[in-house]
Design a binder for this molecule. Sequence first.
Ligand code: PMT
Length: 407
Amino acid sequence: MADHAILAGKRVLLVIAGGIAAYKSLELIRRLRERGVTVRAVLTEAGARFVTPLSVQALTEDTVYRDLWSLTDESEMGHIRLSREADLLVVAPATANLLARMAAGMADDLAATVLLATDKPVLVAPAMNVRMWQHAATQANMALLESRGVRRIGPNDGVMACNEYGPGRMAEPMEIVDAIAGVFAAESHRPLAGRRAIVTSGPTHEPIDPVRYIANRSSGKQGHAIAAALAALGAEVTLVSGPTRLPDPAGCRVTHIETAREMLAACEAALPADIAVCAAAVADWRVDGAGDRKLKKDGGAPPALALTENPDILATLSRPGERRPALVVGFAAETGDVLAYATAKRARKGCDWIVANDVSPGTGTFGGSDNTVHLIRADGVESWPTMPKDAVATRLAEAVAEYFTGK
Ligand code: PMT
């Protein structure tokens, strides 16, 4: 259980949407107030069909905000102030409908408007029928919101009000209280505040002609997760990303590039920095003299592609000099003798640390959700268990923070 002492004196804006689980939000208000949290509530029109404004008002001992157009509410407390005068926005229950409106950036009622206008962290506790939760649209909306930094607690598995079984039950009030304490703890843990970081991610595309290119299988999942994890610890992150299908991670400045030479230029433009993490799968070679006319099949011999070496971004950033980041971390993608090749790569490129991963066919490292890595530093090797790429990123970001804080 998270330490609840951090909750005292905090201000939560609770958005109660229209689901049967809304009755649990009354209990949530009580549990938060017992811990010294000021709770202000926004009740949607549908939410008011499940719990009465009077109950919410009695428990919060405050006005219940319901109507974007209410002159009284607007004169007493504009919707912008309402969202800003909270330390955290909690949506419980978060219905499929409200999640969809949040993902689409709609502002068609007071709840959606405060959620769009806020610059504070947002925690959602989804609650809905299992099929609605598992629907591709809801899953895509939730993934998009999480990529933008929205936190989630639940839903839990169990029997639902509609008598179906599966994930869809809203987390219990005390689980939500715990999650809220966890958000505040994470927000106050910013050991990289004031540090600048450059992260490279994804593949590069090297043109053969205007319509064809050389690429590789990198999805950007690992690099993007590292950028997000460093930002979560307070670093000011520039993510230099090759072409991927991923949304830009929350809290990062993102430069989109295609080729290795563009990636190098974007990294150099982002200097000075304290930290550089090169997770991109940069093409080692490009096609020499790729023209601006499409190569034609003319019945003769296939064209021979002459390759020329790309600049090495990691080696360039690692070069001693005034603008060298204090900590340069490279990756090594190997298909055999992982530790030996990666150790040699660390020395050859001149970086401080190298994160070695096996990318042999069958490992799923390229494009998959999990990774098995070894962190190689001057003083030895740490082998980490297989874990989700997000967890690898968090652990690496914590190691970076330790490097700077000495803790
Ligand atoms: O993107 P995902 O699907 O999540 O997959 C993650 C990953 C496998 C791409 C990632 O974990 C990884 O291993 N990234 C490095 C891939 C790679 O190009 O490794 P390498 O061993 O070829 O290169 C070594 C290092 O030099 C890397 O830090 C690379 O970014 C860098 N490099 C390489 C060539 C070049 N011209 N410039 C570079 O900076």
